[in-house]
Design a protein around this ligand. Structure first.
Ligand SMILES: O=C(O)CCC(=O)C(=O)O
Ligand SMILES: [Fe+2]
Length: 234
């Protein structure tokens, strides 16, 4: 995907329900290895550049050296499948470089929300974490993906606003300002279906219905197009 593609988002079924179930079981068997990001609410299995790299690139790379072997050893077929899927999608070489974090898992514990509902606008963002992850080079193009493994009772989605990073820059508004003013479109996730976009469309984790309960487990990552091909990382 390039920065100027007309359709900003695509979806592809790549895992069966049984495969999602099996991956979910392995993620939970590794609970001791999750990193707590917000108590009793948000965890990652893996290092994530948007959380670990800003102003501490060496710490991000060090964290990746701890979590990459765990991910690689426990989910070998998932990395193989992801690499093959993207190689076909972009029609170019795709690789992982373990100096960076491998794609990993978000685990959200959904406990419902207040009567005011769950507003995704404060979470709205563009995926600019490559600036922190790569530190010293600018990619020719980028991609981001989310693959739902398990959703809570109220389902899982991505909120998308039809505006791009370049427009935000030109018109001088922030992601959150725009999102607070305009309603998003909801892209519903289905377990086993990967949602791919270029990271420059305004988006956020979608709103959870007030009664929703359970786990929202996603396999997440990004890609950068470099001279050698597309490098997939988190
Ligand atoms: O989990 C999702 O729905 C999207 C997460 C996201 O936008 C991100 O991690 O950059
Ligand atoms: Fe994102």
């Amino acid at each position: 995907m390039t920065g100027d593609e007309a359709v900003p988002l695509s979806q592809h079924d790549i895992l069966s329900a049984a495969e999602c179930h099996d991956i979910r079981a392995r993620v939970f068997a590794l609970r001791e290895r999750w990193t707590e990001r917000s108590p009793n609410s948000f965890y990652t299995l893996g290092a994530a550049s948007y959380l670990d790299a800003p102003s501490q690139h060496a710490a991000y790379q060090a964290a990746a050296q701890v979590t990459n072997p765990i991910l690689r050893e426990n989910f070998p077929e998932l990395y193989e499948l992801t690499g093959e899927f993207f190689a076909e999608l972009v029609g170019e070489a795709v690789y992982f470089d373990e100096a960076y974090a491998l794609p990993g898992f978000h685990v959200h514990m959904i406990h419902g929300c207040g009567p005011g509902g769950d507003n995704p606008a404060p979470r709205a963002h563009f995926d600019l974490q490559w600036k922190h992850a790569l530190a010293d080079c600018t990619p020719q193009a980028t991609l981001s993906f989310t693959l739902l493994i398990e959703g809570p009772s109220g389902g899982a989605s991505m909120a998308v606003w039809p505006v791009r990073y370049q427009e935000a820059l030109q018109l001088g508004f922030t992601a959150r300002e725009y999102a607070a003013r305009y309603p998003p479109q909801e892209v519903a996730y289905t377990p086993g279906r990967i949602v791919v976009h270029d990271g420059f469309v305004l988006h956020a984790i979608g709103s959870a219905p007030p009664s929703s309960r359970g786990f929202r487990v996603t396999f997440q990552g990004h890609g950068v197009r470099l001279p050698r091909g597309w490098m997939l990382y988190w």
